[in-house]
Design a binder for this molecule. Structure first.
Ligand code: NDP
Length: 370
């Protein structure tokens, strides 16, 4: 097996060699060239200044191809604090009411929607109508129909739509994808991928169905489904699923506390996952005909740790948010089409699977995924 070391990965990035070698097997996973870029940067406005927007803002501080140029917030105190902290021009600061005026602001190229899930659709469509490219956080929306409307709105406006799938540019996950899709250990037969943490704040929007669309499946399970799909390079055709017990009725009156499901893939793989708000779990394990590969931690912001049946995986720890934004910005600055694995259709595919998982858990039946 070709086990990329830290050194060879850096070489593939072009760091230290000046060369930008991109894996032929993974053409969609471009890498950031080492040479300092001094052309135009893509100007990004973050919409919704919560916890994850703060991670993105920090990542953007070291980005080469894009910068934090604007903000959209419903909290005046945050507008003032972010303006000072990130030197944001007053004319690039909006609230949710005056946001549409961004159409007249040529300083902003892209709006990055980091709002609660049910608000993704409205703000993606408003940004598209204002002529801005959009990155929208996961899950893309709360229904497949909403995803379709978002894709359509961006298409009609002639702007591009990306999903904030940060792991598509993360070296351990690029390797998982290679190991699975190139069948380095033969056909993958089984994947176990789970993500969970303990939720404790009853006022958190993630426990409110109208805002979140669902519980840990929407928030965390989407990453498990994603990893299954890109490691196998296939779409699941059916699913069985079970809700876990409700141990805290106060917290979980609207959304599930935990859920477990089994996805069936055409190549013969079965993928079992749990997403949970009542325990901490962050792992990925794939068993193939002739070996295995695994990560734990696997899906969080890292640092990741992994091995295969042939030995340890050893890749650099990167800033996932910076890398993701840079890679998307590079494509948009070059006037090219975003690769399919990061575009709106990808979010729609995941949402169809999530809906089928909920249906399977609610009915107790095996659901075909159309
Ligand atoms: P937070 O609750 O920390 O922030 C959400 C922000 O949205 C708020 O701070 C607020 O910003 C704004 N907002 C507007 N209306 C509401 C409302 N009714 N209730 C709550 N907030 C509102 O959430 P996160 O930042 O953790 O999550 C935001 C999105 O990012 C979600 O879709 C989530 O799934 C995604 N995410 C993705 C991650 C990833 O790994 N890719 C990791 C974490 C989250 P303001 O005060 O500026 O108006």
């Amino acid at each position: 097996m070709k086990n990329l070391s830290r050194r060879s990965f850096l070489q593939n990035l072009g760091i230290g060699t000046g060369a930008a070698i991109v894996s032929a097997a993974l053409p969609a996973f471009n890498t950031v060239a080492a040479k300092k870029y001094d052309g135009k940067k893509l100007n990004i406005a973050l919409c919704g200044l919560g916890r994850y927007a703060s991670y993105l803002a920090e990542g953007l501080q070291t980005a080469q191809y894009c910068r934090l140029a604007g903000i959209i917030t419903g909290t005046p105190a945050k507008a003032a604090a972010w303006k000072t902290k990130y030197s944001i021009a007053e004319k690039n600061i909006y609230n949710y009411q005056n946001f549409d005026a961004i159409i007249n602001n040529s300083d902003i190229d892209l709006v990055y929607v980091v709002l609660p899930n049910s608000m993704h659709k409205e703000f993606t469509i408003r940004a598209a109508k204002a002529g801005k490219h959009v990155i929208v956080e996961k899950p893309m929306a709360i229904t497949a129909n909403d995803c379709k409307e978002m894709i359509e709105a961006c298409k009609n406006a002639g702007v591009q739509l990306a999903i904030g799938y940060r792991l598509h540019y993360e070296p351990y996950h690029v390797e998982l994808k290679r190991l699975g899709q190139e069948k380095v250990f033969g056909q993958v037969r089984l994947i176990e991928a789970s993500l969970g943490y303990k939720a404790g704040d009853a006022n958190e929007w993630r426990l409110n169905k109208a805002l979140a669309g669902g519980g840990p499946l929407m928030n965390l399970g989407v990453y498990c489904v994603q990893s299954n799909r890109y490691v196998l390079g296939e779409e699941p055709f059916s699913v069985t699923a079970q809700f876990g017990p409700v141990t805290n009725k106060k917290l979980f009156s609207q959304v599930e506390e935990s859920i477990t499901w089994q996805l069936h893939f055409p190549g013969g793989a079965v993928c079992t996952s749990t997403s949970s708000y009542n325990c901490s779990v962050d792992r990925f394990f794939a068993a193939a005909e002739n070996g295995f590969f695994e990560l734990s931690p696997a899906i969080s912001y890292g640092p990741f740790k992994g091995r295969t049946s042939k030995g340890e995986l050893n890749f650099p720890t990167i800033n996932q948010q910076q890398t993701q934004c840079d890679e998307i910005a590079k494509v948009l600055l070059a006037g090219k089409q975003l690769p399919a694995h990061i575009a709106g259709e990808e979010g729609l595919k995941d949402m169809k699977v999530l809906q089928a998982i909920y249906e399977a858990a609610a009915t107790g039946k095996r659901i075909l995924i159309g």
